[in-house]
Design a protein around this ligand. Structure first.
Ligand code: 16G
Length: 258
């Protein structure tokens, strides 16, 4: 006789995949994930269903199964490339759907620190844009951007909830960055950022600070906060002889700035 298991198990299976995805999202890399047997008992599904759910996460690269040991949260789902690409491009390239929630969009006068970053006089208009960035609906990062207002008149009226900042800069202002600098430093989530990102206050975060330049003019400076337990940075490293420059380490003492 044919079994009807497939039909009755579908919602439970989907639910289990969803639950497991949420679990690995919140656990640090390397943490153990409940075994097939425990999952089956807890969720009231067959062991076969529990195994299939674990398979899905393994195929997505979210879990690593080690024979005889169990399943573990695997390397980050997203590694952050060190290139002048946009969040939208990076996430789309990974087969996920990017989206944003605008938390703040204002024009402010440059204080001393911003004036120095943008090489303008204090008081000059700077656009401030704070966005929660999501991939497939899950919060990934908080980005606090400052933009030279004189280079992007009218930008504050754009709907940056639904479109890429870099795409808008190129389309409306012909801005395509030709240089940039990015610093990466360790930090701890502030209570506000932690709540927005769905992580514990004080949890380790990666802070990426990017300065984007076109024809020698700083246009953008953005600080991105990523949960440290889920991301890694990857960059190609060239042998010293290939660069023709004096060797200099990328690691330097930290300067705390906006
Ligand atoms: C990236 C950039 C950020 C830029 C954003 C634009 C890093 C560390 N930062 O997240 O500086 O503002 O892309 O994204 O990569 P969008 O074009 O999708 O709005």
């Amino acid at each position: 006789m044919w079994k009807t298991r497939g039909v009755s198990d579908v919602p439970k299976y989907a639910l289990l995949v969803e639950e497991l995805t949420h679990l690995v999202d919140t656990l640090p890399i390397g943490s153990p994930v409940p075994s097939e047997r425990v999952l089956a008992e807890r969720s009231g599904v067959s062991r076969m269903t529990a195994r299939r759910a674990l398979d899905v996460l393994e195929q997505d690269g979210r879990l690593q199964r080690i024979v005889g040991k169990g399943s573990f949260v695997s390397r980050p789902a997203v590694s952050l490339p060190l290139r002048l690409t946009s969040f939208t491009e990076d996430i789309t390239a990974r087969g996920m759907r990017p989206s944003s929630r605008v938390l703040e969009q204002t024009t402010i006068p440059a204080d001393g620190v911003l004036a120095e970053h943008f090489d303008v006089t204090a008081g000059e208009a700077i656009l401030r844009l704070v966005r929660l960035r999501l991939a497939d609906g899950a919060p990934l990062a908080i980005e606090r951007s400052h933009l030279r207002a004189s280079a992007v008149p009218g930008l504050e009226a754009l709907d940056l909830e639904h479109e890429s900042l870099y795409a808008a800069l190129e389309r409306d202002y012909g801005i395509r960055f030709d240089a940039g600098e990015q610093s990466i430093r360790a930090g701890n989530a502030t209570p506000i950022d932690a709540e927005v990102l769905g992580i514990d206050a004080g949890a380790a975060v990666l802070e990426l600070v990017r300065t984007s330049i076109m024809r020698g003019t700083v246009i953008e400076r953005t600080t991105s906060i990523y949960p440290g337990s889920r991301f890694e940075l990857s960059a190609a490293i060239a042998p010293v002889s290939a660069t023709g420059e004096t060797p200099e380490s990328a690691v330097r003492p930290r300067r705390d700035t906006k």
